[in-house]
Design a protein around this ligand. Structure first.
Ligand SMILES: N[C@@H](CCC(=O)N[C@@H](CS)C(=O)NCC(=O)O)C(=O)O
Length: 212
């Protein structure tokens, strides 16, 4: 049985794992979790992920949820793609950013994603300014941290592309639509352009078709 990836490609966390799979070029079967039809609450999906959230993978009975864990797994299937450094210090420099993504970057991006992407897509009401202000304050604290790292090296955890770039960069698939407050960060802008130039990025954005 082929690796199955359960995802809703318009969502950045799903985009993250599809992008990783496309980048390392592992064969997989895409299974749409259609949020517009409540696919995340279907009993068959809840049996895979009791959180009722995408993405999830099932590799011959090995079921894994949490996008960062999935990205690590996919990268480990193709070590020669180089997304996971082999040496412990370099590996942990990458792991550090995966935790930082979950703790700081994703929650800040999620504010803008909810207000400016999810709400219009699912008819969940108008943008709330106090939420945008809260998200802007979060970016004020974290934007300079990421920009500072990217001033020192081409990619987040060093001079080579790694799972840290996939994890953090995935949210940029909605950065323009959600108007993330990152215009002033020159190094983030340069990194964003580099990521968007990757063939794996284009292959994944081509999957971002709204379900009918
Ligand atoms: N920490 C989880 C978050 C997953 C998550 O929240 N996914 C959202 C979409 S981006 C979801 O499935 N939402 C459906 C819902 O909340 O009903 C991960 O990174 O995989």
């Amino acid at each position: 049985m082929k690796l199955k990836i359960y995802a809703f490609p318009l969502s950045p966390r799903s985009f993250k794992v599809l992008w990783a799979a496309n980048h390392v070029d592992v064969p997989y079967e895409f299974q749409l979790v259609d949020f517009t039809k409540g696919g995340q609450s279907a009993p068959t999906f809840l049996a895979l992920n009791p959180n009722g959230r995408a993405p999830v993978i099932d590799d011959n009975g090995f079921v894994l949820w949490e996008s960062n864990a999935i990205v690590e797994y996919l990268a480990s299937l193709k070590p020669d793609a180089g997304l996971l450094p082999r040496e412990t210090p370099a590996r942990l420099a990458v792991t550090k950013w995966l935790y930082w993504e979950s703790a700081h970057w994703d929650p800040a991006c999620a504010v803008f994603a909810f207000e400016r992407v999810v709400k219009p897509l699912f008819g969940r009401g108008e943008e709330v300014q106090s939420e945008i202000d809260r998200g802007t304050q979060m970016f004020e604290r974290i934007g300079k941290v990421l920009d500072g790292a990217l001033a020192q090296h081409r990619y987040v955890a060093g001079d080579a592309l790694s799972v840290a770039d996939i994890s953090l960069g995935a949210s940029l698939c909605i950065a323009d639509q959600a108007r993330f407050p990152i215009e002033e960060y020159r190094n983030i802008q340069r990194w964003k352009a580099d990521l968007k130039a990757l063939p794996s990025w284009s292959k994944t954005t081509a999957m971002q078709v709204p379900p009918r």
